[in-house]
Design a protein around this ligand. Sequence first.
Ligand code: CO
Ligand code: CO
Length: 314
Amino acid sequence: MVSHPDLLVGNDTGDDAAVYRLDKNTAIIVTVDFFTPITDDPYEFGVIAAANSLSDVYAMGGKPLVALNIVGFPAELAVDMLGDVLKGGYDKAAEAGCLIVGGHTVDDSEPKYGLSVVGLIEPGKEVSNAKAQPGDVLVLTKPIGTGIITTGCKQGITPDDILKNAVDVMATLNKGAAEAMMRVGINSCTDITGFGLMGHLRGMTRGSKVGAIINASDVPVLPGVWDLLGKNVVPGGTFRNMNGVEDSVDWDKSLTDQQRLLMCDAQTSGGLLISVTKDKVEKLLSELEISGVETRVIVGEITAENSGRILVKA
Ligand code: CO
Ligand code: CO
């Protein structure tokens, strides 16, 4: 564990990014994320990878400022393809008002792309995943199931319109959601990515030393996900996530294996999971609407009892 008087958020809380204070008005948020292609379209891959990388700054309540490309690319693949990936990244960063100012590429057997992002926040305004309070309401800002849909795509069985909708959701910045939550003032936030809804919520409950209840039937799910689950389309990462949270989750007996897996589905560029006091939740929902956030759903609550544990109701 690293500690320093100006390190406002370090690596001890499993937060989405680190926050370092430069002076009393300014702190920087620093983060890095990159992964292998999730769809066949290189431009789309660039867009989604950038949206995903920028999301960790938004989860901290910040504003992305500058970023560096991180690229692994096979020398034998067409350079045009890499150009398309980078173009996607630049376009999405531009939408976020973030400048990509350089980067580094290495020869790699499998393509990889992402950004290291530097963002800004006023010291004391940074949002941690470790400050959820008992009685808080949990709000989720994107539907889940992208892992299942993209795995179905790799197997050639995800219908085109289902994939296109999921790509649009993954490509959507968490900018509007972050701005809305900062206008309201919320207690805690994290973005839902590789560890799935359960894994990231577990990080929040452990960091905050609270428990949580999730109402599985309230969790928004992307169209097409149940069909694919019915065909046993589940990414390897989702099974690992489910095993990983086994010691912290109490599942309602009536939940099927498919429902449990979905709650653990590894997400790419998922939404924000926001913990807000009960008296501010209506305000948050209306600010999310004003920011153009399409999905804004109450999925559960934070409890004082069962610290570090999640109860999933049917
Ligand atoms: Co994150
Ligand atoms: Co991340």
